[in-house]
Design a protein around this ligand. Sequence first.
Ligand SMILES: Nc1ncnc2c1ncn2[C@@H]1O[C@H](COP(=O)(O)OP(=O)(O)OP(=O)(O)O)[C@@H](O)[C@H]1O
Ligand SMILES: [Mg+2]
Length: 233
Amino acid sequence: MSGPVLDVRDLWKIYGEGEATVHALRGVTLTVERGDYVAIMGSSGSGKSTLMNILGALDVPTSGAYLLDGVDVSKLADRQLALARNRLIGFIFQAFNLIPRTSAVANVELPLAYAGVRPKERRRRALEALETVGLADRARHEPNQLSGGQQQRVAVARALVTEPALLLADEPTGNLDTRSTEDVLQVFDRLSAAGRTIVLITHEPEVGARTKRLIRLVDGRIVHDVRQAALTR
Ligand SMILES: Nc1ncnc2c1ncn2[C@@H]1O[C@H](COP(=O)(O)OP(=O)(O)OP(=O)(O)O)[C@@H](O)[C@H]1O
Ligand SMILES: [Mg+2]
């Protein structure tokens, strides 16, 4: 497909009612083209997680339109929505969310198993994804035998193994030290250079500085949306 990966128009998210009403998103409009690499920053309570959950089709907006890879997500029933989510989005979370006592390669294979890919093909693609994140030599290791940065790279391999239209990462370096943060950012740089579409949220200025585009949220509104030069890449 040739249209944008994300096409979001005038998204509002209102929680609660009466005195307790919170306007978490106030008219967010955003287009992300294929191959873009975007960081969303903003202070606590600015609406980052709310926006990510809607972009990831994990939550629905109060109003507004949202097209994911050309599909109008608001028109999908639950089951179709889950299928679209699995096919179109690779999630990366702050806490890695790997399955314990399960090898790296088996963790990476999991989304392919859900998608009905045959075991031999699963293994081949999982090993290829681990190679992409620089962990081919750790395929048999279990999560507790890997560093935090390595675990997060396994999680990145798991997110990209299905070849999703969008990689969506929620504070991907939030649990990592400087060194591991750098390892994970190098993987994102490489994926971006290979044409992947990446959207991440972060608190960390050095992470926001690495992307091609930086968006700032204040009180549920986009206040800055700038292209940045690859200073550190
Ligand atoms: N389920 C909910 N019910 C009511 N209000 C909510 C709910 N979830 C979030 N909010 C409110 O919406 C606003 C935006 O919250 P959100 O979690 O999106 O912020 P955030 O930018 O992710 O913050 P942080 O950096 O602390 O994670 C906040 O004022 C929050 O209190
Ligand atoms: Mg949050």
